[in-house]
Design a protein around this ligand. Structure first.
Ligand SMILES: [Zn+2]
Length: 76
């Protein structure tokens, strides 16, 4: 099974513990990266049970990248 980047429209493969590929991860503001790592639980990518908080900050990061790329994010 291949894990792919969570950024919108991106299907680049990346390690399961990484939310996005290197290019998209670089577009996430540092403060938001900190939030993601704060809520990240080792092993969540194995048991597929990330916390509600992780899913929330993950979605914000995806929206921020989508907006940085000029797409319409769902927060707009
Ligand atoms: Zn990507």
């Amino acid at each position: 099974m291949t894990h792919t980047c969570h950024a919108e429209g991106c299907s680049k493969a990346c390690p399961p513990k990484h939310l996005m590929c290197g290019r998209h991860w670089a577009m996430v503001p540092q403060s938001q990266k900190n939030e993601i790592w704060r809520h990240y639980r080792p092993g969540q990518e194995v048991d597929k049970r990330p916390s509600t908080e992780y899913l929330r900050v993950m979605k914000i990061a995806i929206d921020l990248v989508a907006r940085a790329e000029g797409q319409q994010g769902s927060l707009l």
